[in-house]
Design a protein around this ligand. Sequence first.
Ligand SMILES: Cc1cc2nc3c(=O)[nH]c(=O)nc-3n(C[C@H](O)[C@H](O)[C@H](O)COP(=O)(O)OP(=O)(O)OC[C@H]3O[C@@H](n4cnc5c(N)ncnc54)[C@H](O)[C@@H]3O)c2cc1C
Length: 416
Amino acid sequence: MDDVLIVGGGIAGLSLALALHHRGINARIFEAAAAFRPLGAGLNLLPHAVEVLAEIGLNNQIAETSVETYDSLFLNRHGQLIHREFRGLYNGHPWPQYSVHRVDLQRILVEEFTKRIGPDRLHLDARCVEVEQDANSVTVKLAAARDGRILGSWRGSILIGCDGVNSTVRNQFYPEEGDPIYAGVSMWRGVALMPRIFWGATMLLAGSLRTGKLVAYPVRRCSNQDSEQLLNWCAELRTKREAIVDWETLERRVDHVEKLFRELALPMIRFRDLLDRTDSILAFPMVDRNPLEKWTFGRVTLLGDAAHPMYPFGSNGACQAILDAKELARCLSLPIARTAALQAYETIRLPATREIVLLNRKGSPDEILEEVDRRTAGNRFQSIDNVISREEILRISTKYKSIAGIKRPSTNASAH
Ligand SMILES: Cc1cc2nc3c(=O)[nH]c(=O)nc-3n(C[C@H](O)[C@H](O)[C@H](O)COP(=O)(O)OP(=O)(O)OC[C@H]3O[C@@H](n4cnc5c(N)ncnc54)[C@H](O)[C@@H]3O)c2cc1C
């Protein structure tokens, strides 16, 4: 009988398998996709998540491909500076912050899984359709993703549902839950090779959800000689859900998105250029789910987006999944029953992530942008000091970080 069965080979499932392996526990992953396709765009690994990845020996691989984020600039829609914040080591954290393409991170995790744990323990085209358990074991029933043909089943001692926002494992325990909840914000996302912005390690957060907000940061390391760099971008707008339409051609998609974000006038990025240089524009609604009272049911628990899908504010989606993985691996290495370890993990991680899900609904560090937009009605300002004080900005930023578990060093942020 296998030890730990993991459903889902995303960032959460792969990080968990490697964290378990680091503690001498073997796991087996069942992933619905037939292959790891290059899907997605960028994500940020905050210092507390980088620390976990470094503990399991992945720091070098990640550092080689990704960008060590230097600072974040908060700008209004005209490109005027509201706030600057240094990141990672540059803000006194003991670990860097990395901006990385999700595809690169997943590739690194898959390569390390294959090297350390073995390719035979990573089952692709294996969609979990049902989980059963008795007093001694848990069994996952698997089907082929394409035609639903039942492939068979595997038995293990415990099972972790890492199968994302539309988790089958979660649904089995909460069949009445329904669809994820729409935030009233639509997002368009992509990556584009763009002229390097400043020193090639800056995250820009500009505009507001009312007029159109752009978050953009480079996700691949480049040398000083490179004038262009792969830039991840995500454009967000408060909309009715129907704003997300499926265009027949990329050209129509570009025109449509450009019109939606016509109020963005940033001097350092022409939005139309960004769209023209993007091969594939992904569009999706911003969603989350209500926090659950319970993740663990006997020999089964949930982790990552399956447990706590949240709005993608404050770079938390992948980071919280990685923190879950560390904690679950720690609990499973304790000399206690497997089921007690799952419960112990839930006791620590459920309240911590619940707070972030709820906080993201109320606001985020990006709330600074919304506040300035409200106070200026989207107009240019003469001096930011007349709009919002440095203390107010730091209060918004610090409150979020302390709840998200990002330890504050002595602050080095410079408002304005
Ligand atoms: C294709 C894709 C692209 C993404 N792009 C971005 C991005 O650009 N930026 C960003 O910040 N976040 C992105 N995300 C979300 C981000 O990866 C997650 O918020 C975060 O990393 C937590 O990861 P997760 O592993 O919990 O969930 P996910 O990343 O959603 O991974 C879940 C995995 O489970 C698999 N799965 C689902 N159902 C089953 C089943 N029944 N049986 C077996 N396997 C199943 C899925 O195929 C997927 O591989 C993306 C997610 C996906 C799936």
